[in-house]
Design a protein around this ligand. Structure first.
Ligand code: ATP
Ligand code: DAL
Ligand code: MG
Ligand code: MG
Length: 353
């Protein structure tokens, strides 16, 4: 039986480029182990930081070394896809953040009419944009912290508008609050602010990343996460908890070994764990996710409140990442997990009989 040729897409024009390479390396390895080795042949496709696609040796070299390839200074030809593109039977996008997790690549792959792992255009776009995502969650009745949506135009407006915006944020959300570019991940561009001056700086900085910005009331809570796997009848994993000593779960804490600890399963009353699992499944449906997602929550132990924070439709996928570890603790190994994701992609893209 011939092997299914899996196009592994990684890198990407996003602030999470480096994380994507590490996630893709772990997935490539899992696709070459045990029964997967007989079923799948991996074709690596590396998207440089300037958006140019590389296949073959260049892509393999980035995957093996984990080091991004610097784009050439010549004007890139963005619409020249490598010839290997035509050999792909199924795409496995392992791209985090804008231009990868946000529906853009999913639109391209849909037009190619080749099945792909994960959410489609709607689920990816709604899951990526924290403002759209929160509106979908509110509609589904999921509890979340108070927030305000802000645009770059308001932040970089005339000097009369900006102070009013900051006054409004102070009055409605108070300090500390969190300023986030709406479309990003790995905490890139996020700031925890405690004063007017920090608020102004954080809004200005977030506006350099995105036209859309969200400001959220800060909550003091335990951080817990749940993995979801499936299409129309998804399953929720056990719950995991993250602990750390830094001010919040920022980029450095996420990706520096030893700075954060993961506890799986989290030490939670059964009823709380079940409620989080139900909320994770509701969130998955609310944004129309497919295949996989990791849903992040805040659990306020003193009051019993559970706030949904966000959904990640292409969560970090290194061998030590929360998503595969949650499934490993729920009885699905990393090797089985990538196989199941491919089978779910085939199921989702099969013509309705
Ligand atoms: N409203 C809030 N109250 C308290 N802490 C918060 C709040 N929002 C964010 N944080 C802190 O910032 C971290 C990153 O926030 P968030 O998960 O929204 O960002 P992200 O960039 O999408 O992250 P990910 O890597 O999970 O995709 C959280 O894990 C938490 O530590
Ligand atoms: C990759 C990062 N956005 C995560 O959700 O793990
Ligand atoms: Mg996120
Ligand atoms: Mg998060």
């Amino acid at each position: 039986m011939s092997k299914l040729r899996v196009g592994l897409l990684f890198g990407g024009r996003s602030g999470e480029h480096e994380v994507s390479i590490i996630s893709a390396r772990a997935i490539a390895q899992a696709l070459s182990l045990e029964e997967n080795a007989n079923k799948y042949a991996v074709l690596p496709f590396y998207i440089q930081k300037d958006g140019v696609w590389q296949a073959g040796e260049v892509a393999q070299q980035v995957l093996t070394s984990g080091v991004p390839q610097e784009p050439l200074s010549t004007t890139p030809n963005l619409w020249q896809f490598p010839p290997e593109t035509e050999e792909v039977d199924l795409w496995f996008p392992v791209l985090h953040g804008p231009n990868g997790e946000d529906g853009t690549i999913q639109g391209l792959l849909t037009l190619m009419q080749v099945p792909f792992v994960g959410s489609g255009v709607l689920g990816s776009a709604t899951g990526m944009d924290k403002i759209a995502m929160k509106m979908a969650f509110a509609q589904a009745g999921l509890s979340q912290v108070k927030y305000k949506a802000v645009t770059r135009a308001e932040v970089w407006s005339n000097p009369c508008v900006f102070p009013k915006l900051c006054d409004d944020i102070e009055a409605t959300l108070g300090y500390p609050c969190f300023v986030k570019p709406a479309n990003l991940g790995s905490s890139v561009g996020i700031a925890k602010v405690r004063s007017r001056q920090e608020l102004e700086t954080a809004l200005d900085n977030a506006a350099t990343y995105d036209r859309r910005i969200i400001v959220e009331a800060g909550v003091v809570a335990r951080e817990v996460e749940c993995a979801v796997l499936g299409n129309d009848h998804p399953k929720a994993s056990v719950i995991g908890e993250i602990t750390f000593n830094s001010d919040f779960y920022d980029y450095e804490t996420k990706y520096t070994p030893g700075k954060a600890d993961l506890f799986i399963p989290a030490n939670l009353p059964d009823v709380v764990a079940q409620q989080i699992q139900e909320m994770a499944l509701q969130a998955f449906a609310a944004v129309d996710a497919a295949g996989l997602s990791r849903v992040d929550f805040f659990y306020v132990e003193a009051t019993g409140e559970i706030f949904i924070n966000e959904i990640n439709t292409l969560p970090g996928f290194t061998s030590t990442s929360m998503y595969p570890q949650l499934w490993a603790n729920s009885g699905i190994t990393f090797v089985q997990l990538v196989d199941q994701l491919i089978q779910l992609a085939i199921e989702r893209h099969s013509p309705v009989s």
